[in-house]
Design a protein around this ligand. Structure first.
Ligand SMILES: [Zn+2]
Ligand SMILES: [Zn+2]
Length: 277
């Protein structure tokens, strides 16, 4: 069994955290054997991916969940890296219509020139499925201010699935779309008692976790109010209420799915948490 490691290169979200970089906005790198996929390369993705020793030239796929800069900003430079400095048509660029073609006054955010550098474009809308190495990625419905936004469900052979909500507001049955995943990554921009239209707060995260009953949960994509409230406390609340192990992601943290789920870093001295999920 090849383990799947998720590197949380950035855990910030929204305009104010993005422009201040109170948390990084570099997205999530998936490493599964020789296969590497980057989800939502916001500003800083190029810098922090190199800094973490994860060269963007090793990428097989770049996924942009929607057309907001905290998710797309470094996508073009990643495409240039993935195509080996534009010398080879290589890799997959997967994104919804707004990102690739523009839609309803939003986007596009990846130029036609860059779209020609990749081997394959995958147009994401709910239910669309594509493969990167042995990983199978399926786009999942979301409800956000970019109406083309998608979440993701990532299936890895023998490891179960990872869900990623991306930016979304709560809607009935949102949790069912991620039913039974082993790890659910919730873009929880706001803490308890501070809802924001078309985004998730801890209160809505709780509803989703009760519906989906995942093996474990990682909160990420934190806005200012969430950072002020303390993401660790919000994750602890979620875990107490639902009984589902929950962690608040930190910049540089890793989660590895193998026989167990291991949460480690960002610093070497940080104690690794082993979750039986
Ligand atoms: Zn966002
Ligand atoms: Zn957004």
């Amino acid at each position: 069994m090849i383990p799947l490691t998720l590197h949380f290169l950035g855990t910030g979200g929204g305009r104010f955290v993005m422009v201040t970089q109170r948390r990084r906005t570099a997205g999530i790198r998936l490493v599964h054997g020789d296969t590497q996929v980057h989800i939502d390369p916001g500003p800083g993705a190029l810098v922090f991916s190199n800094w973490a020793g994860l060269s963007p030239q090793r990428l097989d796929a770049v996924v942009v969940s929607h057309c907001h800069p905290d998710h797309y900003c470094d996508a073009e430079v990643f495409v240039e890296a993935m195509s080996r400095g534009t010398t080879r048509r290589r890799g997959v660029l997967a994104a919804p219509r707004s990102v690739l073609h523009g839609s309803g006054g939003i986007g596009p955010s990846v130029s036609a020139y860059h779209q020609h550098l990749v081997e394959r474009i995958e147009l994401l809308s709910p239910g669309a499925l594509f493969e990167a190495g042995e990983l199978r990625l399926t786009a999942v419905k979301a409800n956000h201010s970019d109406p083309d936004t998608v979440g993701l469900r990532i299936d890895a052979p023998g490891l179960g699935a990872v869900g990623y909500t991306s930016d979304t507001g709560y809607f009935p049955n949102l949790g069912d779309l991620y039913s039974g995943v082993r790890l659910l990554i919730l873009c929880t921009m706001r803490p308890r008692g501070a809802p924001l239209h078309l985004h998730l707060s801890t209160d809505e995260a709780l509803e989703i976790v009760e519906q989906a009953r995942p093996g474990c949960v990682a909160l990420t994509h934190f806005g200012m109010r969430m950072l002020n409230a303390g993401p660790d406390a919000e994750a602890a609340f979620l875990e107490d209420e639902t009984g589902v192990p929950a962690v608040a992601a930190r910049d540089g943290m890793r989660i590895t799915l193998g026989e167990h789920v291991e949460v480690s870093g960002p610093r070497k001295k940080d104690k690794t948490r082993i979750i039986e999920a």
